[in-house]
Design a protein around this ligand. Structure first.
Ligand SMILES: C[S@@+](CC[C@H](N)C(=O)[O-])C[C@H]1O[C@@H](n2cnc3c(N)ncnc32)[C@H](O)[C@@H]1O
Length: 258
């Protein structure tokens, strides 16, 4: 098992030596992968009970966890491997008056899914393949999901007619097949439009480009490191726009699959 910091670095497209600067580099971005607003919408549409325990695995700065606590009054545990993000998440929880509903912890997702505790709502958004491919990921997430609970995964796929191919991404129909093979019911999904994907990427890149100028002035001996990071982010964004952002909403019920 690779160490936690390498895993986190990989998931955000940073090198290890860039990690101490990541909280400053991403300052001004609350959502750092998935659209928290879309996830909240999908929870409201698909989870009708008025009580739930929720875990957000790879919660980043807590945007999803906090909005879920705020909108639905659910208790949420947010887990992330980056201490700086967890500290920011706690500050946001205070700002939004939901500290009583939210708990944030530095921990490893791979360890959390081996614990015995189960949740009504399990979220893993924009974390990538830390648990394996989509089939293995849902299999592992089922372990921490109550029977009849909901799993929400934000991921990327290729549309079935995509001309772009990459070992990193499955086609939509392949991903669907992998999920169903784990006896999970796909109760809903949201596929981002190309425009939405582009707008989010452009916005994030704009903020990062602004932050990098400040960081270059502050740490003049790290200019090459920062430039390499930004170059890599732009390259990743260019690849991402060839894919489709997808949010899967899965029900942990061993019923006939649609
Ligand atoms: C792209 S960010 C997404 C954050 C958040 N879910 C969002 O959408 O705003 C991926 C997050 O997963 C975390 N992560 C990756 N692997 C992890 C692991 N094994 N344990 C805990 N956190 C992990 C990273 O630290 C990072 O904050």
């Amino acid at each position: 098992m690779s160490d936690l910091i390498s895993e986190c670095a990989y998931s955000i497209g940073a090198s290890i030596d860039m990690m101490p600067f990541i909280p400053e580099m991403l300052s001004g971005l609350w959502d750092i992968g998935a659209s928290s607003e879309r996830i909240v919408e999908l929870v409201g549409k698909n989870y009708k009970k008025n009580k739930a325990s929720c875990i957000d695995l790879g919660c980043g700065k807590g945007s999803i966890a906090i909005k879920i606590a705020k909108n639905f009054k659910f208790n949420v545990l947010g887990i992330d491997g980056i201490g700086g993000f967890i500290e920011e998440a706690k500050q946001y929880a205070k700002k939004y008056n939901v500290s009583n509903l939210c708990k944030f912890e530095v921990n490893d997702i791979r360890k959390m899914i081996c614990k015995n505790k189960k949740y009504d709502l399990v979220i893993m958004a924009a974390v990538g393949g830390v648990l394996g491919d989509i089939g293995i990921t849902v299999k592992k997430l089922k372990r921490v999901t109550k029977s009849d609970g909901i799993i929400i995964i934000d991921d990327c796929v290729l549309s079935d007619d995509s001309l772009f191919k990459s070992d990193k991404y499955l086609f939509f129909s392949e991903a669907k097949k992998c999920i169903k093979s784990q006896s999970l019911k796909i109760i809903d999904y949201y596929m981002q439009s190309d425009l939405e994907m582009k707008e989010i990427n452009d916005y994030n890149t704009k903020i990062i480009k602004k932050n990098v100028e400040r960081l270059k002035e502050k740490y003049s001996d790290k200019i090459r490191l920062f430039e390499k990071y930004v170059k890599n982010q732009i390259k990743e964004s260019e690849e991402l726009v060839k894919t489709k952002g997808i949010i899967w909403v899965l029900n942990n019920k061993s019923k006939k699959i649609r």
